[in-house]
Design a protein around this ligand. Structure first.
Ligand code: GTP
Length: 361
């Protein structure tokens, strides 16, 4: 039986992945805990769940599981009741859903990938699920370029007709947005205790078995934060108010500077830049869509564009970082240039002019 009363719905958030595509940032913190517009990413998602009126949340944890409970405790601060279910070995997205079964309280379960920034109307999604009498409903989002994703066509009634792999010529611009409503009975029937992918195994199998799967389609804000490029864009969109987050209510601007950070006069911060607590930004620095974690230091005249600078890292004078990641505590010498996907591992020291893309020093 499906319901549209959010108080009678469990939210399950999958947060157990290793976040390999965001290394080295995810060596010290799981992806859903990385600071995004100054808050752990998961805070934005949990505050959306709370704003929708859902009260009970189960976090499916595995990699670095302990940090979630330290941050969110019983959930009371966010107006939620949070339970934690731990997978000693990661079971994949489908295995993670099956594994939380003993913690569920209700017959309708909204499942969220813990790394998606989305503006979906959760109540509309639940209403649609109940109206269609669906067993499973997927949030499908229409994207400008679906070629990078598997696409999910639906028929005139909204019923999913196929799960298609990535192709150069997808028949629809609807893609799986990483948010689902399940009737509990479907979760009860999943195999338990083994690795299982919800996208690649569970959904295609249910479809083949004739289970009614529907797609709730919208064109709301949507971004999977799994890659450095998307993480930087998503963070900037939160700062600028383009991506919705009840946790940042009222904030909208070109930059966000946190308490205890110092920004020298003449530094330019824009493009949704965020500067963490205790960070120091020197004179003449230009930060465009930069994510500067707590305690990092950027010295005079450096330019940082669409890049992430980890906790306590230091960027020497007149360095250039564009589309890169500097790991926690790394020390980048004066006039170094890090471009196009460069990733510096935590604690690495690069001497002055140690990496250049031109001979002009
Ligand atoms: P990559 O290694 O960079 O692909 O990242 P990831 O491990 O987070 O995988 P992916 O982006 O596909 O995961 C989507 C969501 O599911 C994320 O919020 C993950 O934390 C979560 N997730 C992935 N694998 C597991 C798992 O085995 N168990 C649980 N509980 N959650 C998972």
């Amino acid at each position: 039986m499906s319901t549209l009363d959010p108080k009678q719905v469990d939210a399950v958030v999958l947060v157990g992945g290793k976040g390999t595509r965001l290394r080295p940032l995810t060596l010290s913190k799981p992806k859903p805990m990385l600071p995004t517009a100054g808050l752990p990413f998961l805070t934005h998602l949990l505050s959306r769940i709370a704003a929708a009126g859902i009260e009970h949340v189960v976090l499916g944890t595995s990699f670095q599981a302990e940090v979630f409970e330290v941050e969110f405790g019983d959930g009371a601060k966010l107006g939620l009741q949070i339970d934690y279910v731990f997978e000693p070995e990661p079971l994949g997205t489908g295995g993670g859903i099956a594994n939380v079964l003993p913690a569920l309280r209700h017959d309708t379960v909204a499942v969220f990938n813990g790394d998606v920034l989305s503006g979906v109307d959760e109540l509309e999604l639940l209403r649609f699920h109940a109206e269609k009498n669906a067993d499973v409903t997927l949030h499908l989002v229409r994207v400008a370029d679906p070629r990078a994703f598997g696409s999910v066509p639906t028929d005139a009634d909204g019923r999913v007709t196929a799960f298609l792999e990535k192709t150069q010529d997808p028949p629809t611009d609807q893609i799986n947005a990483g948010c689902y409503v399940f009737n509990r009975a479907v979760i009860e029937a999943l195999p338990r205790g083994r690795e299982l992918s919800v996208e690649r195994e569970v959904f295609p199998r249910l479809l083949a078995d004739g289970v009614p799967i529907f797609g709730y389609v919208d064109a709301s804000y949507w971004r999977d934060m799994g890659t450095p490029e998307d993480f930087v864009r998503g963070s900037a969109d939160l700062v600028r108010g383009i991506a919705p987050s009840p946790a940042l209510a009222g904030h909208r601007g070109e930059s966000l500077v946190h308490d205890g950070a110092s920004v020298a006069p003449g530094a330019l911060l824009y493009g949704g830049t965020v500067v963490g607590r205790g960070a120091e930004i020197g004179p003449g620095v230009r930060l465009d869509g930069a994510v500067i974690f707590d305690g990092a230091k950027v010295e005079a005249g450096s330019v940082i564009e669409r890049s992430i600078v980890g906790y306590g890292a230091k960027i020497g004078p007149r360095a250039l970082i564009r589309d890169g990641i500097v790991g926690d505590g790394a020390d980048i010498g004066a006039r170094c240039e890090l471009l196009r996907g460069a990733r510096v591992w935590p604690g690495v020291v690069l001497p002055d002019c140690g990496i250049r893309y031109s001979s002009d020093v």
